[in-house]
Design a protein around this ligand. Structure first.
Ligand SMILES: Nc1nc(O)c(N)c(N[C@@H]2O[C@H](COP(=O)(O)O)[C@@H](O)[C@H]2O)n1
Ligand SMILES: [Zn+2]
Length: 368
């Protein structure tokens, strides 16, 4: 169905889409290549919401050469008026003869209607080339559009014997500098950094995106703290500089007033036991256009998220160290009554980073 040239051009479009890895949110990362007589005549990437889509950049570069050309796009061209006009119309006007998309747009405002509009104008349309790669690049956008919740990845650094801290809470530094630098790359592509009050009280983290000199770098994710009984101090480093949200389940009026005085945003999201409802939190974040959440938390929050089926990806750094008995574990999961109740994972990537090993894993879902 697809030629070697098709594969090559879509692979190029996917590389272009990666240019928006850290910047396009809440929009998807999209790349486009326009090809005439086997030669690239235009290419582009979507970089920022409100700015032109990938197809528009590529068509501008191609100019009149777009007439009779093939367009390779990593996401179905849009058919609606959002912040910008429909790309399907721009492709029709430019006179392209064929459009190849890696995947359909999961946005219900588009969902196949972009491809239909092109087809109705006699343009040859194909979809599904390198679809798995295109989906992985926009896992957050797809999750928000189809499940009404963000894609959630949790990063955990542990010793080889599975400990994240000593019994007294000391955890700095289990992994080496290369792994800590790698973490910054994941933070930078996230819309939210999520943590729990236990981590805030133990480590007083900032959860910001920083360069090697420790300076703030680029777009900063919203910091969200799950603090069921509002124990956080207004002086906590994570609250400095704004851009933070505390979610709580129950608290006294005094505690609420004290934090409000410091200009902190609070949200009351109780579950039936007056802890924080994690499902409601993710729903709320999606309604605010949040595509990707990165969790850096302790065993309690990680256990609750994993047990609730709310973690989509684990980023596990294992350091070649042993922390011994009574050290803190990775997940506070309830005791299993049988092997049948275990949580199975699939490992999707494994590599050495400095002296540490990084595993990417996803909760295993049985094949239909
Ligand atoms: N095909 C395509 N190319 C791009 O470069 C895109 N950014 C999108 N995004 C789709 O359009 C919606 C955003 O529209 P506005 O930027 O507000 O005009 C987004 O939700 C996707 O459905 N598609
Ligand atoms: Zn568009």
């Amino acid at each position: 169905m697809f030629s070697a040239l098709d594969h090559q051009m879509m692979a190029r479009a996917l590389r272009l889409a990666e240019q928006g890895l850290y910047t396009t949110t809440p929009n998807p990362r999209v790349g486009c290549v326009i090809v005439k007589d086997g030669q690239i005549v235009g290419e582009g990437a979507h970089l920022k919401a409100g700015e032109p889509h990938a197809e528009v950049h590529a068509l501008r570069q191609a100019g009149n050469l777009a007439q009779g050309a093939d367009a390779y796009v990593t996401l179905e061209p849009c058919s609606h008026h959002g912040r910008t006009p429909p790309c399907a119309d721009a492709l029709i006007k430019a006179g392209v003869k064929r459009v190849v998309a890696a995947m359909q747009d999961p946005n219900p405002q588009v969902a196949g209607s972009g491809l239909q509009r092109l087809q109705a104008q006699g343009i040859a349309v194909q979809s599904g080339l390198l679809e798995a790669q295109a989906r992985s690049l926009n896992a957050g956008f797809i999750s928000r559009m189809t499940r009404r919740r963000p894609f959630v990845r949790s990063k955990i650094a542990a010793s080889l014997d599975g400990a994240t801290a000593l019994q007294n809470g000391i955890s700095q530094w289990i992994t080496g500098p290369e792994a800590r630098k790698d973490v910054q790359h994941w933070r930078a592509q996230s819309c939210v950094m999520l943590t729990g009050i236990g981590t805030v009280l133990a480590d007083d983290p900032q959860l910001s995106v920083r360069d090697e000199a420790g300076e703030l770098q680029g777009r900063q994710p919203l910091r969200v703290i799950v603090d069921s009984h509002l124990q956080i101090s207004p002086q906590a480093r994570i609250l400095q500089g704004g851009n933070a949200l505390i979610v709580y389940g129950s608290a006294s009026a005094d505690r609420i007033a004290a934090l409000c005085q410091h200009g902190v945003e609070l949200m009351h999201l109780p579950d039936h036991q007056s802890r924080v409802s994690l499902d409601s939190l993710l729903e709320l974040l999606a309604s605010r256009g949040i595509n990707e959440v990165m969790v850096e938390a302790g065993a309690t929050l990680n256990g609750a998220l994993l047990h609730g089926g709310l973690i989509d990806q684990l980023i596990l750094y294992y350091a070649p160290k042993l922390l011994g008995a009574d050290a803190r574990g990775m997940f506070g999961l309830p005791m299993l009554q049988s092997m049948a109740a275990r949580i199975d994972l699939d490992i999707t990537d494994m590599r050495q980073i400095g002296r540490d090993i990084r595993l990417l894993a996803t909760p295993h879902s049985p094949q239909p």
